[in-house]
Ligand binder design. Structure first.
Ligand SMILES: [Zn+2]
Ligand SMILES: [Zn+2]
Length: 93
C-alpha cells in the first residue's frame, strides 16, 4: 500500500498522464479498485492483497496476511523431510 502511494505521488509531481502505466486496476467481480500486487483469485472468488499464489495444499490463498505462516509451514515440512530421511537411514543400517 505504501509503495502504491509513493508511485502515485511521483506521477502527480511529474504531471505524467500516461495511460499505459496503470497503478491500479478494477476487479469486475468484487467491483472494487484493486491496488498494485493484489489479484483476484478465481478459486476463493475474492481479491487478495499482495497475492502470491493459491495453494492447493493449504486450500487457501497465500497473501499479505498469511505469508509468514506459510513460510513457517514450508520450513516445518523441510524439517520433517530431513528428520524422516535420517530416521529411515538409521533403521536401514
Ligand atoms: Zn476481485
Ligand atoms: Zn485463492
Amino acid at each position: 500500500m505504501d509503495f502504491f502511494k509513493f508511485k502515485n505521488h511521483n506521477n502527480n509531481n511529474n504531471n505524467n498522464n500516461d495511460d499505459s502505466i496503470t497503478l491500479e486496476s478494477f476487479c469486475g467481480e468484487c467491483l472494487i479498485d484493486i491496488p498494485i500486487r493484489a489479484k483476484h483469485c478465481k478459486y476463493c472468488k475474492k481479491c487478495i492483497a499482495t497475492y502470491d499464489h493459491h495453494c492447493d495444499w493449504v486450500g487457501n490463498c497465500i497473501g499479505e496476511k498469511n505469508k509468514r505462516l506459510f513460510i513457517i509451514f514450508i520450513l516445518n515440512h523441510n524439517l520433517e523431510l530431513i528428520l524422516s530421511i535420517i530416521l529411515v537411514n538409521k533403521n536401514l543400517n
